[in-house]
Ligand binder design. Structure first.
Ligand SMILES: [Zn+2]
Length: 347
């Protein structure tokens, strides 16, 4: 008699294979259907792939991914292998995927931090390759404190898994001969939790000229619901999109209407926001250099910066929808007629 557990395992494999078949058919129907408008490629964003990567990133193995520590180095290796395996290359201008940040750069932190790395993956545009859209998410978190692992599933395993999935779909499209007009650079930033160091380092040592960087979409915590939005419809906070460029604000909003239609909450754009959220993630480093930037965010929750920010609490369907929205926004920016123009300041 075969053990129950083995039977279950066999059943699971069969089920998994049939699901894969369904996904494959769905993907093919999107890719081969000429009536599909390009922004509807967002349907290729897949919840299972996001979940697989996020579960891994927020596992014991990566020990809370503290900047420069062995757990984060393992996460670095995992992310780099993800790109290598799919044939997604780093920028030609670099020797590999890693931009090293010396510990001396991170001196202003109250914590002693070891050398650490940003990870970069790149898609070259077909018509305006010199114009670059940056999609970023920090992958470091707080590590181990008092023998407890801070898993950082939402902060920022969610953003990390999200940009990996967006890159995977860009590659899937590329393999079908569907490529963006402009270039797209994916950056997994390090050192965010201790002072936005990865993004500060990048803008001081950019791989592509700052003036050719058309916009930054930054993702930091998009896997949960905040209290004020619990029990209500699907939403996301978009922070800062209109601060430098009305064009970026318009694309953020129209991409949403044309795709997944979440409620976009802009409340953190208020200059008097008591939490000053606009200044608290990596998009701000790009905005300070005059690059139109938007920060996608779910708001805070009871597990914020605690060991209890774990994978089981992630709202996977909502994380997937938010990723679909951000993919659509990226696709529109990379293919739009014009890059987002800076809005002239009225004094
Ligand atoms: Zn954080």
């Amino acid at each position: 008699m075969i053990k129950n557990t083995l039977l279950l395992g066999l059943f699971a494999v069969l089920l998994l294979n049939s699901c894969k078949g369904v996904q494959q058919n769905l993907d093919n129907s999107i890719l081969n259907n000429t009536t599909v408008v390009p922004y509807q490629y967002y349907a290729l964003i897949n919840q299972d792939s996001i979940a697989t990567n996020l579960k891994k990133l927020a596992s014991d193995e990566f020990q809370g991914r503290r900047t420069g520590e062995p757990g984060q180095k393992k996460a670095t290796e995992f992310i780099v292998n993800f790109y290598k395996k799919r044939g997604i290359a780093p920028p030609k201008e670099m020797d590999g995927y890693l931009q090293s940040i010396p510990s001396s750069f991170m001196k202003p932190s109250m914590m002693k931090l070891q050398d650490s790395e940003n990870i970069l993956a790149y898609f070259e545009g077909t018509e305006k390759p010199e114009e670059v859209l940056i999609i970023s998410a920090h992958y470091d978190h707080m590590g181990i404190l008092l023998d407890q692992i801070y898993y950082g599933a939402d902060d920022n395993g969610s953003g990390t898994a999200s940009i990996m999935e967006i890159a995977r779909v860009f590659q899937q499209l590329k393999e079908q001969g569907i490529q963006p007009k402009r270039s797209v650079l994916f950056i997994h930033l390090t050192g965010e939790e201790f002072g936005l160091f990865g993004s500060k380092y990048y803008v001081q040592n950019p791989i592509f000229p700052i003036e050719n960087t058309i916009a930054n979409l930054n993702i930091d915590m998009i896997g949960r619901r905040s209290k004020e939005h619990s029990g209500k419809g699907d939403y996301i906070f978009a922070v800062g999109s209109g601060k430098l460029s009305k064009d970026l604000y318009d694309v953020v909003s129209s991409a949403n209407k044309e795709s997944i239609n979440l409620t976009i909450d802009y409340k953190f754009d208020d200059e008097n926001d008591p939490q000053q959220i606009y200044y608290r993630s990596d998009h701000y480093s790009f905005a300070q250099k005059g690059i139109p930037a938007v920060f996608y965010y779910n708001g805070t929750h009871d597990d914020y910066h605690l060991p209890s920010d774990t994978f089981d609490k992630i709202d996977l369907p909502l994380l997937t929808k938010r990723t679909q929205l951000i993919f659509t926004t990226a696709w529109k920016l990379a293919n739009g007629e014009h890059r987002p123009q800076l809005t002239e300041k009225k004094n």
